[in-house]
Ligand binder design. Structure first.
Ligand code: SAH
Ligand code: SF4
Length: 350
């Protein structure tokens, strides 16, 4: 164990570095191509899996390199087939990841940070503060872990687990590109979705990317004072500025952003709240996802009654705004972000 900490993750080597290494070990050049295929196309998790590589060479590689893949600290399986994992990295930091199968497709929800500094009132992750940001490799490894656990190809990834992707922007973009790489996991850009709480510099940078990645924005209220209370971490990115940044994104990309709106009883489901949301959306290219609030660490916040959720959906549609009601998956397995981790740490303390 001690030793593997000191060894370098072989997957951090470039194809050129692997070619040089193979040459150095006196092996024919085609071995480099085989090794790269195992590492990047087949997402191998150990040298033993590289069955067409001579055992001697595999042993030589293992002397110098390791696979710094995360370990599964916990797993919950839902009645609806979704699986939630607590994955632990080599420094002991852990994050949550969810795999959601549906009609031959497999969607993965990844974390971009361990914890989060944004402090949203309804979010279990926000309660604990930020531990650290993840590397691109650590984000991609979550997807690989789920693909291997289901033994299926991952068809889409949402960056909606723990953390705020746009305060870990470089790693987020690098991870998106690794997932999109035709020689790697080859997941279509449109099937890669990043959710932000509204970090404007991140939205601007996202709009400049040549790839057609999908953008989701956690709105939760179109009234400034309510939004400030619910999402104190993005107070400085005010609603008018957010609206402007999103319109610039739409103009630049022609793509339809999604607004996430978790409906909270008596907080953002009142008549003025509904009117403000309609105003924010009307006449713009967007799609609203209405989500009945999941259990939260804040006992004062309760989900809106379903009737109100349906009313808001109808009112948005009447004004020409696309809106769907998203039922949270895996509600029997601590589905909302941060809940599994919270429960485990509570158990550990008990
Ligand atoms: N930090 C990013 C992405 C991770 S959070 C963001 O905030 O967008 C993923 C989504 O889960 C966000 O839309 C967030 O608002 C939502 N969420 C967090 N806690 C929730 C809860 N208790 N009920 C419903 N949605 C919740
Ligand atoms: Fe962070 Fe998103 Fe949770 Fe807010 S909702 S605390 S931004 S993870």
């Amino acid at each position: 164990m001690e030793r593997s900490h000191r060894l370098r993750d072989i997957r951090s080597l470039s194809e050129q570095e692997i070619a040089d290494l193979v040459k150095e070990l006196g092996q024919p050049a085609f071995r480099a191509k085989q090794i790269c295929e195992w590492l990047f196309a087949k997402q191998a998790g150990s040298f033993d899996e590289m069955t067409n590589i001579p055992k001697k060479l595999r042993e030589q590689l293992a002397e110098h390199f390791t696979f710094a893949t995360p370990t599964e600290a916990a797993k919950q399986v839902s009645h609806d087939g979704s699986r939630k994992y607590l994955l632990e990295f080599s420094d002991g930091t852990s994050v949550e990841t969810v795999g959601m199968p549906s009609r031959g497709k497999l969607s993965v929800c990844v974390s971009t940070q361990a914890g989060c500094a944004m402090g949203c009132a309804f979010c279990a992750t926000g309660m604990g503060g930020l531990k650290r940001s993840l590397t691109a490799r650590e984000i991609v490894d979550q997807v690989i872990h789920v693909a291997r656990d289901f033994d299926e190809r991952v068809t889409s990834v949402v960056f909606m687990g723990q953390g705020e992707p746009f305060v870990n922007m470089d790693a987020t973009i690098e991870a998106l590109r690794m997932l999109n790489d035709p020689n790697g996991m080859a997941i279509g850009a449109r099937h890669l979705t990043v959710s932000t709480c509204g970090v404007i510099p991140g939205i601007k940078r996202f709009a400049e990317l040549p790839e057609q990645f999908t953008l989701a924005i956690s709105l939760h209220s179109a009234i400034q004072s309510t939004r400030n209370k619910l999402m104190p971490g993005v107070k400085k990115y005010t609603l008018p500025r957010l609206h402007e940044a999103i319109q610039a994104y739409v103009e630049k990309t022609g793509r339809r952003p999604t607004y996430e709106f978790a409906m909270i009883d008596g907080v953002n489901d009142t008549n003025p709240e509904m009117e403000a949301l309609i105003d924010f959306c009307q006449g713009t290219l967007c799609h609203v996802n209405l989500i009945p609030l999941n259990d939260t660490p804040n006992a004062l916040l309760k989900p809106s009654p379903m009737k109100k959720v349906e009313t808001l959906q109808k009112r948005l549609q009447m004004h020409g705004v696309e809106a769907t009601i998203r039922n949270s998956r895996g509600s029997d397995i601590d589905a909302a972000c941060g809940q599994l981790q919270q429960r485990l740490s509570a158990q550990q303390k008990a």
